[in-house]
Design a binder for this molecule. Structure first.
Ligand code: AQP
Length: 328
């Protein structure tokens, strides 16, 4: 089978959570083999929420180190920081002019984030999905590994690509989302009706990839469940379902196997087992992360090289788009 082009990104809006890993980053690693992958730290997207400039710069770099720690090989797959490849901003403007307000009004993330940041509902928050469409279309990506929350944005990218191709002639590949069957939507530990988010003000709601084992155990012990007293995967039990799904995605076991394993057990046993399964996966990532982050010169070299290689592809797309729409 021909290699597919894969593109994905993550915002440096905090330390990645277990949800970012399960929903997306794990697939980044799996998809590396046999495909042409581009992975980016989406720092321009992070600007849609007010950031401390020094912290944003630092977090962008540490996010790149974490991506390497998750097993991305930057020699094979260009790893770059979005703003280092100026074509992202350039394509976004052209696509902005080919996207309807009505489409953007339907985006649930815009509604969620507007509610969360009512004092700063900026135009960037509204057009975020167009910038993301540009990220994807710049590389002519076939596949975009994302969590469930970003599915709607990938669908918009498809619509924009199809519309542009119809208006100006074949220009963009029409991408497909790639969402894990289990773990596409990991829920908050304190409010399991809400998705787990790295920028949640309550750190007990998420497992940070850099949490100590003792903290991970404590957070799972406190995770909100219910008073049913039975371990089962059932409608109306979001806290329980979340713990079971996390366990499946950490251990690779099916839901049936997991339910058999915990048949008759108490919630405490399940919570400890989930915590241990997460610690086992996260520990080696943490060790590699600190080693990569400590060699700053090498990390800077890696992202510079990644940006140069990404820009070579991105420039071809912007060139074609500019010609088609009549820009010089
Ligand atoms: N709860 C989730 N379950 C599964 N996957 C998730 N992802 C995010 N939350 C979950 C996936 O992680 C990747 C990177 O996300 P992002 O940084 O682009 O932004 P996001 O989707 O807005 O993630 P967060 O953690 O909620 O960030 P903040 O708090 O800054 O808004 C994406 O593929 C996403 O689908």
């Amino acid at each position: 089978m021909e290699n597919k082009v894969i593109l994905s990104g993550i915002q440096p809006s905090g330390i990645p959570t277990l949800a970012n890993y399960v929903g997306a980053l794990r697939n980044w690693k799996l998809l590396q083999n046999g495909n042409d992958c581009y992975y980016c730290v989406a720092n321009m997207h992070a600007l849609t929420v007010r950031q401390n400039p020094d912290e944003l710069r630092e977090r962008s770099l540490s996010m790149a180190a974490l991506i390497i720690a998750f097993g991305i090989d930057p020699v094979k797959s260009p790893l770059f920081i979005q703003s280092d490849v100026h074509q992202h901003a350039e394509l976004a403007w052209v696509l902005d002019c080919n996207t309807y307000m009505g489409e953007l009004n339907r985006m649930t993330q815009f509604k969620d984030k507007s509610a969360k940041h009512a004092d700063n509902i900026n135009a960037g928050l509204f057009t975020y999905p167009v910038l993301m469409a540009g990220d994807i279309l710049l590389y002519q990506a076939d596949v975009v590994p994302v969590g469930n929350d970003q599915k709607q944005h990938v669908e918009l990218a498809r619509n924009i690509a199809i519309r542009f191709n119809n208006a100006f002639g074949e220009t963009f590949k029409v991408p497909e989302p790639y969402i894990p069957k289990i773990g596409g939507r990991v829920m908050s530990l304190t409010d399991p009706e809400k998705k787990m988010s790295k920028s949640d003000p309550n750190p007990n709601s998420y497992i940070s990839i850099l949490d100590d084992p003792a903290v991970i155990t404590k957070k799972f012990k406190r995770a909100v469940t219910d008073s049913e007293g039975r371990i089962a995967y059932e409608d109306g039990r979001p806290g329980m379902n979340n713990l079971l799904s996390i366990y499946c995605s950490m251990t690779g076991k099916t839901m049936d196997e997991t339910l058999r394993e915990f048949d008759g057990a108490g919630y405490g046993t399940l919570k400890t087992a989930v915590a241990d399964s997460v610690i086992e996966v996260i520990k080696p990532v943490q060790e590699t992360y600190y080693r990569v982050l400590n060699d700053r010169a090498e990390l800077e070299r890696i992202i510079k090289d990644g940006a140069q290689r990404a820009a070579e592809t991105a420039e071809k797309t912007v060139d074609a788009v500019y010609r088609k729409v009549g820009l010089r």
